[in-house]
Design a protein around this ligand. Sequence first.
Ligand code: ZN
Length: 303
Amino acid sequence: MSFASDTKKELCKIKPQRCCRKAECYGLLLFGRSFSPQAVSLTTESLAAAHLAAEFAAEVAGAVMDISVPQTSRKDAVCTVSAVGEEQAAKVLACFGHSGHEISLRIGFANLENDCCHAAFLRGVFLACGTVTAPEREYRLEFAVPYMNLANDLAGCIRDVLEIDLEPRVSRRKGAFVVYVKGGSRVADLLTFLGAPDAAMELLQVRMLKDLRNMVNRQTNFETANLEKTASAAAQEVLAIEKIRSSGKLSALPDDLRELASLRLQYPEMSLRELGQQLSAPLSRSGVHHRLQRILDFAEKIR
Ligand SMILES: [Zn+2]
C-alpha cells in the first residue's frame, strides 16, 4: 500500500453529515474524468472512493451510477464510476446547478452550503484527482485538473478555506493543470483539514526522524546504531509532546513533566543524561526516562 492509497482509505472512512455529503459528491464528480451532458464519470484506483461516489450520487442527485472494476491484479488498474446514460448524467448536472452548456467548467460555490462543507468538497476533489507523495521522498500533495479555470478555482478555494496560507500553486504537466501544495507542515495541515489526521501524523513522524538523522549524521563521535535508537525514541517523545500541545493540554501536565516536555522540544538531540542535567532540579538518567514515559502515557490518553 502506498502513502497516497492509505490516505484515501482513511478519507473514505469518514461519515459526513448530509450537507457535506452533497459537497463531497460534487468534488468527486466535478473533478472526475468527465462532467458533461454526454457523460458524468470518474476513474480512480480506489475502490472505496468509487463506491462512495456512486452512493453519494444516488442519495444526493437520485442518479443511477455504474461501477466497473477491472478484472486484473495490476497495481495501476482503475475503477470507473459513471452515470448510466445521458438521462442520469443530466440529473447529476441539474442537482449541482450546471446547465452543461457553460463555456468553461467552474466550481459552483453555492453547492458548499455551510462552512463545514469546504473540507468535504476538497476531500472529494482529492479522492477524484489528488495524490500525496510518500513523505520519505518529498512533502507534496497535488491535484491534476484538466481545465485551467477549474484549476485556478481550486487553488483559490484552498487559499480561502484555511486560516494559514498553504501557498497552493498551479503548474502545467502533460496537458493537465496541477494544483499543488509543498512543504511538510503545509501538507500535514491540509491532510488534517481533509480529515486524514493519521496520515498527517505519519508525515510529521517521518519528517522528525529525517531531521534527527541529519543531525546525527553531522555528529561523528558516537556510535551510529546507538544514536539511531536515541533518535527514534526522541522522535516519539517530541511527537507526543506536540500532540499534547496541539490539544491544549500542556497546562494540565504536572510542573515537573511540563518542564521536561519543554526541554525535550527544545533539545530533541539530547541524551537522557544531558536532559536530566538541564532540569532545575537535576535528575538521573532513569528518573528522566520515567518522567518521559509518563508524558508518553499522558499523550496516549488524548484523542
Ligand atoms: Zn456541511
